[in-house]
Design a binder for this molecule. Structure first.
Ligand SMILES: Cc1cc2nc3c(=O)[nH]c(=O)nc-3n(C[C@H](O)[C@H](O)[C@H](O)COP(=O)(O)O)c2cc1C
Length: 158
């Protein structure tokens, strides 16, 4: 069942984000595509984070996170933030800080800066629901993900 489940989910195209947070001045971020809008009024989103991710306890502790939607040319950033090693991915990217203090990566298509509103445990993951405190969008082409590969969906925001 797990294999057929994965096989179905691979057929669902998504964008790619880097979710960032900050705890005691220390920055953390990881690549995520389990991200969805929940409600526009009030603006609410969700992310699903594996409990084995190092980011998991930090998001809980920080009580805030920022979803950065990557542009097509930011695949190297997605790859860097998906790595499980000790190198600091923030050392190789430029960023500013959102209202919550979480990093906003330069050049992203958009970001949603959130206060953590609810946590729900489900399977191996926790669903973090965020109330959006600030957001911003820019035109450009999105980095896509489909069938376990990064993709160019051939579309632009206008
Ligand atoms: C395209 C892509 C999407 C991913 N989406 C998620 C996700 O939504 N939730 C999650 O927990 N991990 C996701 N991952 C895996 C994490 O990025 C990866 O486990 C990362 O090393 C976690 O970093 P951390 O342990 O430093 O927090 C994704 C990886 C890739 C390449």
């Amino acid at each position: 069942m797990t294999d057929s489940f994965r096989s179905v989910m691979r057929r669902f195209p998504t964008g790619v984000t880097v979710v960032t947070t900050v705890v005691d001045g220390k920055l953390k971020g990881f690549t995520a595509n389990a991200f969805s809008s929940v409600s526009a009024d009030p603006p609410t989103i969700l992310i699903c984070v594996n409990r084995s991710a190092r980011s998991h306890p930090l998001i809980s502790q920080a009580g805030r996170f920022c979803v950065n939607i990557l542009r097509l040319d930011q695949q190297p950033i997605a790859e860097r933030f998906a790595k499980k090693d000790e190198t600091d991915p923030f050392a190789t990217v430029s960023y500013t800080f959102a209202k919550t203090g979480a990093p906003v990566l330069d050049g992203v298509l958009g970001f949603l800066d959130c206060e953590l509103a609810e946590e729900h445990s489900a399977g191996t993951h926790t669903i973090f629901i965020g109330s959006v405190l600030a957001c911003e969008s820019h035109d450009g082409a999105p980095l896509g993900y489909f069938d376990a590969h990064y993709r160019d969906f051939g579309c632009l925001t206008v």
